[in-house]
Design a protein around this ligand. Structure first.
Ligand code: 5GP
Ligand code: 5GP
Ligand code: 5GP
Length: 214
């Protein structure tokens, strides 16, 4: 098959802190495959332009889990959906493929594999722990968080916060910039415009607690 030339500048490889997804007003529900561990999980691998814009829904093959049989075990472990109600995560993966993956120039199998390879190569949760930054519900400076991740990645990531049920800003997502090869971490040409600054909470995540949702 002919794969068209990439029509974007770089990828954001986006990971989410499950504790910060779960302790919002919307709550969360654990995937049917089992709850994720107390570590960052994958949200997506998103083609992006240097000016901050991005392509989406580029057409082509629709999502097909049959071509993913060799990566489904890892996808369930690292890329589970925390949205309610609990699911087998396929609607999350389908959304990520349809909106972002179809613009990557990769086959479906190569797209998910590229994200999993990036995930397994850079242990952001461990990098924070090595710097004494732990999900203990206390406050950490965003620049300390970014610097700890830089020592794992070689480059500074972007950090996005959300709010817990009391309105406190907390560490939610990490944006790692990756070349169009889907493998090489690069300096971010542009950071997401919803960055957070100052001190933010790093909430506890209990992977064995009951899923909460109202
Ligand atoms: P939100 O508005 O919740 O930040 O983002 C909603 C969705 O828009 C994300 O899940 C993602 O699909 C897309 N999105 C948001 N910001 C960016 C961005 O900077 N780059 C890309 N490629 N997609 C984004
Ligand atoms: P985006 O468009 O922002 O890439 O993807 C977000 C979409 O995936 C939303 O429709 C959201 O409800 C759904 N989704 C399902 N599971 C998850 C999850 O675990 N985390 C996030 N951030 N979105 C999820
Ligand atoms: P989507 O369009 O992406 O379904 O969801 C819109 C926004 O609501 C996204 O920021 C997504 O992360 C969030 N969202 C959707 N479903 C849930 C949920 O079950 N729990 C939480 N905490 N957020 C959700």
């Amino acid at each position: 098959t002919v794969v068209s030339a990439q029509n974007f500048d770089f990828f954001y490889f986006v990971q989410q802190w499950p504790g910060s997804y779960c302790d919002t007003d919307s709550g969360c529900c654990f995937p049917l495959s089992g709850s994720p561990g107390a570590q960052f999980g994958i949200h997506g691998l998103w083609p992006n332009y240097n000016d901050g814009g991005y392509p989406s829904d580029c057409g082509g093959d629709s999502f097909d889990p049959k071509v993913l049989s060799d990566v489904l075990v890892d996808m369930n472990r690292e890329w589970g959906s925390l949205a309610c109600p609990s699911s087998n995560s396929e609607s999350f993966w389908s959304h990520e493929w349809t909106k972002h993956g179809t613009c990557s120039g990769f086959s479906q199998n190569a797209y998910f594999k590229a994200a999993l390879n990036l995930y397994n190569q850079y242990d952001l949760t461990g990098g924070l722990a090595a710097a004494g930054i732990n999900p203990d519900g206390s406050q950490y400076n965003v620049e300390d968080i970014r610097n700890a991740m830089q020592s794992v990645l070689g480059q500074l990531p972007g950090i996005q916060c959300n709010k817990d049920q009391s309105g406190n800003l907390q560490l939610y997502q990490v944006y790692v910039c990756v070349a169009t090869d889907g493998q090489t971490v690069i300096q971010c040409p542009v950071f997401p415009n919803n960055e957070c600054k100052g001190s933010v909470e790093f909430p506890v995540y209990q992977s064995n607690s009951a899923a909460s949702s109202d």
